[in-house]
Write a protein that binds this ligand. Structure first.
Ligand code: F6R
Ligand code: MG
Ligand code: MG
Length: 379
């Protein structure tokens, strides 16, 4: 049976500030998706949140980029904005709904999307990841670890069905182009691209042996769509696991190191990506640190058996503690790089204004002595 797993998310207003969502937003989302399930549009759904993003996980048989499914998500976000976010004056009500009206597909309209149409295997474990206060490049490191690094994924070496490796689709987010690279043969080329967070982002991964789709990430750059800052495009990711793919534990192992990601306060800082349970999926200190949740499901004929809140486990306590130490360390840099992002990647900046104000006071370096003398004579 072919099933499509679609995850669509948006920030449509925060409670309080950008920290988390309001329970009434989730209630209304559940009501809308329950209706769609009863009408037969959806097989199943799960509504959750990470930080200030509402997440709509849906299963159906309509395929990817289906207008009915995308419209359901869009209408749900609009209704929540009108009926909950605006009346409660939640912060940034409707902030990710960038288009005036729905036009067939939510891609490019603000919300983030990850979806995959799959033939359900005999048993189909999937893990859905959602992160807040970061950007799609946050998945580059863990996807590389899962599907290309034998020090993370033992199966790459010892499971004959994975031994051929995986194919990575890398997107150039500035030029809107993609390239497919093979691992392990082209590892160094792959790393040359995906180590550059500001531009290259992994969008999909397939098993090389049979082109089985293994992972799909959301890739949107709200800042490029809107032409101005509207918030970092907190990303989502769907990963299939086991039986010739990385095991659940190998997939999760990729998050055991809290690597530095772009985002955090004002979308303008580096901070560690901290794996958390659903109950800790709110952003606090310095609007962060950036967080990720992992929800496991056993799919059966499209039914989402779950979730298992996979980071709700003492095995990740050490990673969380390390993430807090790293947060403390980077935070002490205050407004200095490399805690603060380089100018071109910052979502907020006063630099052009400061430069404009100082433009007449900048003099060629060799003329500064004369300028100082001139100032002294005037005094
Ligand atoms: C980051 C984020 C927040 C805000 C910050 C300031 O993605 O959403 O860190 O940038 O809270 O928000 P404003 O400027 O709306 O007060
Ligand atoms: Mg927000
Ligand atoms: Mg957010």
């Amino acid at each position: 049976m072919k099933v499509t797993v679609t995850l669509i998310k948006a920030d449509i207003g925060g409670w309080v500030g950008h920290s988390t969502v309001h329970p009434k937003q989730l209630e209304l989302a559940k009501k809308k998706l329950q209706e769609a399930k009863e009408n037969g549009l959806l097989i199943d759904y799960y509504v959750f949140h990470v930080g200030d993003d509402v997440q709509l996980l849906m299963t159906h048989t309509k395929g990817e980029s289906n207008p009915e499914i995308h419209k359901l998500a869009w209408d749900t976000f609009v209704e929540i904005t009108e009926k909950v976010s605006k009346p409660l004056k939640l912060y940034g009500a409707g902030q990710d709904l960038l288009a005036e009206a729905f036009s067939g597909n939510v891609r490019g309209m603000g919300p983030g999307v990850a979806e995959m149409e799959i033939e359900e295997r005999k048993s189909e474990p999937i893990i859905v990841f959602a992160a807040d206060k970061t950007a799609p490049s946050a998945w580059n490191f863990p996807l590389y670890k899962m599907f290309a690094d034998p020090f993370n994924t033992a199966g790459l070496v010892i499971d004959p069905s994975m031994h051929d490796g995986f194919k990575f689709e890398v997107m150039d987010t500035l030029e809107n182009k993609v390239v497919i690279l093979n691992a392990p043969e082209e590892l160094y080329d792959l790393l040359a691209l995906i180590g550059s967070y500001e531009r290259y982002v992994i969008r999909r991964v397939w098993r090389k042996r049979d082109d089985l789709i293994a992972a799909v990430a959301s890739v949107t750059r709200l800042s490029l769509i809107a032409g101005k800052y509207v918030g970092k495009d907190d990303p989502v990711l769907i990963v299939r696991a086991q039986h010739g793919l990385p095991a659940v534990g190998e997939v999760l192992e990729a998050f055991s190191f809290p690597h530095l990601v772009e985002g955090f306060m004002r979308g303008s800082h580096y901070g560690p990506l901290m794996p958390v349970s659903l109950k800790d999926a709110q952003c606090t200190r310095f609007d962060g640190p950036p967080r990720v949740v992992a929800l496991g499901f056993q799919l059966h004929n499209g039914v989402l058996e779950g979730p298992r809140d996979l980071f709700d486990d003492p095995a990740f306590d050490y990673t969380r503690r390390l993430a807090q130490e790293i947060t403390d360390y980077v935070r002490r840099h205050g407004p200095f790089e490399p805690h603060r992002l380089p100018s071109a990647e910052m979502e907020y900046t006063t630099l052009p204004g400061v430069l404009e104000k100082l433009k007449d006071r900048f003099v060629p370096a060799e003329k500064i002595e004369a300028k100082i003398k001139e100032t002294e004579t005037h005094e």
